[in-house]
Design a protein around this ligand. Structure first.
Ligand SMILES: [Zn+2]
Length: 202
């Protein structure tokens, strides 16, 4: 996940007292007009489709000086097409938290993992070139979604724990019977299925 955290070179920059809360999104954009744009009161890196923390100038500078950003910028320039600027259709809040970049990233990644899990789509599909291309071009802040390994290590466990608690709450105090079955899947691997049935006892 570290690769997607907009880091700062100044270790003291994590201190909220270092945030320039008075600097507006537009003012920060004016300092980096060629490489950023504003949508929905958020500052985006245009090349990477990534929300930046506008309250910290060092954080924005650090990202724009990173190898990852330069790679994306060079790709955009080589394609001779201006990067599509993401638009945000709804504005969530007038107050902009100092950790806006990380909050945006966390929310997006949690929702992405939840969607994949609900649709039974392997996390590895996130790494498919077509998916990455779609995320980058069409999804607001889609460049913040990391690859499978980071999703698995940083977000899947949280989603699993969340779902587990929901199931526990659903079954709490209720009679449950468990059935198991065993058979091979399409690849000849043996799998065991568990069926949890809620019994409505009178
Ligand atoms: Zn960038």
């Amino acid at each position: 996940m570290d690769a997607f955290v907009v880091k700062t070179r100044d270790p003291k920059a994590n201190d909220k007292s270092k945030c320039s809360t008075k600097t507006t999104v537009m003012e920060r954009h004016a300092q980096f007009p060629k490489e950023t744009h504003v949508a929905g009161q958020k500052l985006f890196c245009t090349s990477c489709n990534l929300v930046l923390d506008h309250t910290r100038k060092s954080s924005v500078s650090s990202h724009l000086g990173s190898g990852k950003h330069k790679q994306k910028r060079d790709l955009t320039e080589k394609s001779n097409q201006p990067a599509k600027k993401q638009r945000v259709l709804t504005e969530s809040s007038s107050s902009v938290p100092s950790t806006i970049a990380s909050q945006e990233r966390n929310e997006l990644c949690m929702e992405w993992v939840a969607m994949l899990a609900a649709a039974n789509i392997p996390l590895s599909k996130t790494d498919h070139p077509a998916v990455r291309d779609f995320l980058h071009k069409k999804v607001v802040n889609g460049g913040a979604i990391p690859h499978r390994k980071q999703l698995q290590e940083c977000y899947l466990e949280r989603e699993y724990s969340k779902r587990k608690e929901e199931v526990k709450l659903l079954l709490k105090g209720k009679a449950v019977s468990i059935m198991t079955d065993e058979m091979s899947d399409d690849n000849g691997r043996w799998v065991k299925s568990y069926y949890h049935l809620q019994c409505n006892l009178i």
